[in-house]
Design a protein around this ligand. Structure first.
Ligand code: GUN
Length: 291
């Protein structure tokens, strides 16, 4: 079994980006500037956004964190987006999801300038992705592709089973794995809450990408020998023995599934750090395109 070490690979990517930023500085160019908007006080979201800002500092990007209250109206958020779209200093920005109930997420995502949409959530960018056009690929799927590529995991002709059809991970992942090229050329099955007999499908899978958010969902008896397992789940499970009061758990029963797997991502230290590295990569791309 080979561990797909997202912590190590994301560090390599951050080092590569740091070198690019140093070259930009030497040429007297402006460095990339990422802004992140967070609405409300959700603990997990605040942690994610803080890691994104910290990662910007680490590679030499400028960053701006915009915190808005839980009672922010849709109009107020749309005004903020308009301001960021028009601010020439900002190369790319993200609106951290989920948003509070009073705000229509689709409306908000459609207001983001597609050229600054480093999350790749705007329908124009999502459509371009599906049509193999150059675009911003959403950071988590992009990170998974990068891990498969850097470890040379064969995807050609393989049966890839994606669990979960979220707009952020499952749906784009199912499209990307079926695209022409490497990583890609897979035969893809997208499973979700209405899928019947999921065990029958997962036991046929050469590659399983689970983005469900149910701790320990994927058990050893649901996979075949030598399966490749990508665990995107990251749930906070209460644990009194931990200093934080919770532990992070993936969708995969790692202890038992790893015994059968050829490659597997750990949680934490697998897909999570890759997401942040690829957001930085998209921000670098946004800067280069604006140059
Ligand atoms: N919430 C969970 N994942 C993500 C992500 O990749 N980007 C944003 N903006 N919000 C998220």
């Amino acid at each position: 079994m080979i561990l797909l070490d997202g912590k190590k690979v994301s560090n390599d990517i951050k080092n590569e980006i740091t070198l690019e930023v140093e070259k930009m500085k030497e040429r007297g160019e402006k460095v990339p500037h990422l802004a992140a908007v967070i609405v409300g006080n959700d603990g997990a979201s605040l942690t994610y956004v803080a890691s994104k800002v910290k990662a910007c500092e680490r590679v030499g990007f400028d960053s701006t964190l915009i915190r808005m209250s839980n009672t922010t109206s849709e109009i107020e958020l749309l005004d903020k987006i308009e301001e960021l779209n028009n601010n020439p200093e900002i190369d790319g920005f993200i609106i951290q999801l989920p948003l509070p109930k009073q705000i229509d997420t689709q409306k908000v995502l459609m207001a983001v300038d597609p050229n600054k949409d480093v999350d790749g959530f705007h329908p124009m960018n999502f459509g371009k992705m599906a049509l193999d056009m150059s675009t911003f690929i959403p950071a988590t799927p992009f990170g998974i592709l990068e891990l498969l590529e850097r470890y040379g995991v064969e995807t050609n002709g393989k049966h890839t089973v994606v669990i979960g059809r979220s707009h952020i991970v499952g749906r784009p992942m199912s499209i990307l794995m079926g695209r022409k090229g490497f990583p890609g050329n897979s035969t893809v099955t997208l499973t979700h809450s209405h899928t019947k007999n999921i065990n029958q499908i997962t036991t046929q899978a050469d590659i399983i990408i689970s983005a469900l958010g149910v701790p320990d969902f994927l058990k050893a008896e649901m996979v075949k020998d030598d399966v490749v397992v990508i665990d995107v789940g990251i749930s906070r499970v209460p644990d009194e023995t931990s200093p934080r009061g919770y532990v992070l758990k993936g969708d995969v029963d790692f202890e038992n599934v790893s015994k059968k797997a050829s490659y597997i991502t750990p949680v934490p230290g697998g897909v999570g750090p890759m997401t942040i590295a690829m957001l930085l990569k998209n921000t670098l791309l946004a800067r280069e395109r604006r140059q």
